[in-house]
Design a protein around this ligand. Structure first.
Ligand SMILES: [Zn+2]
Ligand SMILES: [Zn+2]
Length: 347
């Protein structure tokens, strides 16, 4: 089984041992190009290029062309309010990913009351990044088997693959087999997740497309055409790329102060774009931490909002790595030269 951080074992989902024989070993993250997972197991016949889903490629190309057109309309045709609304919708949709399906449902890093869970599910449907159930399943596999063939976004296959390529080809057989064996009962026991999965398509049509298209038209007289291309297409394309950067850039570029042996890195730019999800070396080392970083509110809007919501009791039961845990881990596996936070205080 690939090496895991100590903390990962705390509450990560269980995977049956039968998966081990075909799960290839994690490649040394810091530049060892000589031992890709395929070579370790000798599965040389599996190549993403042989499994391209051309319809997905077509839609992603179309989406990016549409987004460019949306950018053109924002500058030359639409009201500034429509663009501002698109920015707001982008952040709202990503909040459904960062606070919702990532920190809450995938990692159980905190607990949320029913109204907040409904709101997060709504934001999740606005984001149109697969249902909560599917997203969380892929993400748990990603953490459990980072940088192996079983990792859906295996960054050893290169920047493009981990960014968008993995969505343009069929999944590696290891991903399917292991993903299907993950215990997801904790997630499906949540009625919010269950019903979002059951009514995912209508929820996306309404939350992702119709509401953001009609709001600018209804409230400030924007054309439906402009609304759609700016608040839906452009916003969606930008939000997708921001999310994908967590899988690509934050698995390649940045410091590794907590575990120098893994690919995930601390990437401030990604944090800024993805509402605080770029502290990826920390996150893969302490995946149960609700803040995904030891730096509090520093470029981490998600943590800021969760703390605010906790004032009303909507979010609670925050789990965090203690300063002692962090220091001990850094001393054991960290990269030299990282500043140690003596007082684990937030701003
Ligand atoms: Zn995660
Ligand atoms: Zn990752």
């Amino acid at each position: 089984m690939p090496p895991q951080s100590t903390s990962t074992k705390m509450e990560e989902p269980k995977v049956e041992v039968v998966a081990e024989s075909h799960v290839t070993q994690r490649k040394a993250a810091n530049g060892d190009k000589s031992s890709t997972s395929d070579e370790v197991e000798g599965i040389k016949e599996w190549n993403p290029m042989d499994h391209i889903l051309w319809m997905n490629v077509f839609w992603f190309v179309l989406l990016h062309v549409g987004a460019l057109y949306g950018a053109y309309l924002s500058i030359f045709s639409a009201s500034w309010k429509t663009f501002a609304f698109a920015v707001f919708t982008y952040k709202l949709s990503l909040f459904g990913i960062t606070a919702g399906v990532h920190r809450l449902w995938s990692h159980r890093a905190y607990k949320a009351r029913f109204p907040l869970r409904v709101f997060l599910a709504f934001c999740n449907s606005v984001s149109y990044q697969n249902s909560i159930f599917e997203w969380a399943r892929d993400h748990r596999v990603h953490h459990k088997f980072t940088e192996t063939d079983a990792d859906p976004i295996n960054s050893t296959r290169g920047f493009f693959f981990s960014h968008v390529g993995w969505l343009c080809c069929k999944k590696h057989p290891d991903v399917k087999r292991i993903g299907g064996k993950l215990d997801m009962s904790d997630i499906l026991n949540d009625p919010v997740v269950y019903y979002q999965k059951k009514y995912y398509v209508p929820s996306v049509i309404v939350c992702f497309a119709l509401i953001p298209t009609f709001i600018p038209w209804y409230f400030w007289g924007e054309t439906l055409w402009n609304s759609y291309f700016i608040a839906v297409v452009l916003r969606y394309c930008f939000a997708l790329n921001a999310t994908w950067l967590v899988n690509s850039a934050a698995h390649m570029y940045g410091d590794r102060p907590y575990d120098r042996n893994i690919a995930p890195a601390e990437n401030i730019v990604v944090s800024a774009l993805a509402l605080g999800e770029g502290y990826h070396n920390f996150h893969h080392t302490f995946p149960f931490d609700y803040s995904t970083s030891e730096w509090g509110y520093r470029i981490n809007i998600t943590t800021m909002i969760l703390d605010f919501l906790s004032l009303f009791g909507l979010a609670y039961g925050f789990r965090q790595a203690t300063p002692e845990m962090i220091k001990a881990r850094m001393a054991r596996t960290g990269q030299n030269g990282h500043e140690v936070v003596e007082e684990h205080e937030y701003m």
